[in-house]
Design a protein around this ligand. Structure first.
Ligand code: HEM
Length: 117
């Protein structure tokens, strides 16, 4: 259930990020939603963490560290967006890092809830 919630947050994050990046100067509403999602991610992730630690302690540790770094990077992206100083390479790096993080998350969860090994 909490894992499904985490996946829902990922979909919402990608959606609001897309809305924010499409608009010149960024979208205020999308920025607020992204920041609310950070808090929800941290709360949900903190509840998921003990179970994940039991399964893959080292991977979980890396996942949480990478997630917090990603939040920092997304904030940097939003700030650049608001100042209209965002460049294509930054956006491409951000997308690649997000995809890596999603892969890392799936690996940490053992591909649950999609596949039960
Ligand atoms: C940028 C924000 C984040 C993204 C894109 C993200 C993405 C993901 C994804 C795709 C999964 C796999 C879900 C699945 O199995 O289908 C996952 C799992 C997980 N995430 Fe995140 N996450 C983010 C933030 C966080 C934060 C802030 C924390 C902790 C404070 C966290 C802790 C976890 C944990 C512990 C798992 C593994 C759950 C388990 O093994 O049951 N995530 N994440």
């Amino acid at each position: 259930m909490l894992l499904w919630l985490h996946i829902l947050f990922v979909i919402l994050l990608l959606t609001f990020l897309y809305i924010d990046l499409r608009k010149r100067g960024g979208s205020k509403f999308a920025t607020i939603m992204i920041r609310i999602l950070y808090i929800l991610f941290i709360l949900d992730g903190a509840i998921l963490l003990p179970t994940a630690m039991g399964r893959h302690p080292r991977l979980s540790f890396v996942k949480v560290g990478a997630s917090l770094c990603m939040i920092g990077f997304l904030e940097f992206l939003i700030a650049r967006r608001a100042k209209n100083t965002l460049t294509k390479p930054i956006v491409i790096i951000c997308i690649i890092l997000l995809l890596i993080l999603i892969g890392l998350g799936l690996l940490t969860a053992g591909f649950r809830p999609w596949i039960h090994l």
